[in-house]
Design a protein around this ligand. Structure first.
Ligand code: SF4
Ligand code: SF4
Length: 72
C-alpha cells in the first residue's frame, strides 16, 4: 500500500482539527506540548508509518498547512 510523508507547517496551524476529522487512520492529533507563534497547539502526526498517503488532510486544511507526498 502506498505510504505518505507529511510536511506540516506547524506555525500556520490554528488547531481546528479538520484534518484529523478526515484522516482514515486517525493518526493526526493536536500536540499539546507545542505552542506555535500564533498561540495555538498545532496538529501533529502520531504514527507516520501508518499514513497511507490518501491526501485527505492536505485537501481539508483551509490554511494549506499540510503537504502530503506519496511514496509508492
Ligand atoms: S495522508 Fe491520509 S492517512 Fe496520511 S495523515 Fe493525511 S489523512 Fe491521514
Ligand atoms: S493542519 Fe489545518 S486543518 Fe489541521 S488543525 Fe491545523 S489548521 Fe486545522
Amino acid at each position: 500500500m502506498a505510504r505518505g510523508r507529511l510536511v506540516i507547517k506547524a506555525d500556520r496551524c490554528k488547531g481546528c482539527e479538520l484534518c484529523a476529522s478526515v484522516c482514515p487512520k486517525k493518526i493526526l492529533e493536536i500536540d499539546n506540548k507545542v505552542l506555535n507563534h500564533k498561540g495555538y497547539h498545532p496538529i501533529g502526526i502520531t504514527s507516520e508509518e501508518e499514513c497511507i498517503g490518501c491526501g485527505n488532510c492536505g485537501i481539508m486544511c483551509p490554511d494549506g498547512v499540510i503537504n502530503v507526498y506519496r511514496e509508492s
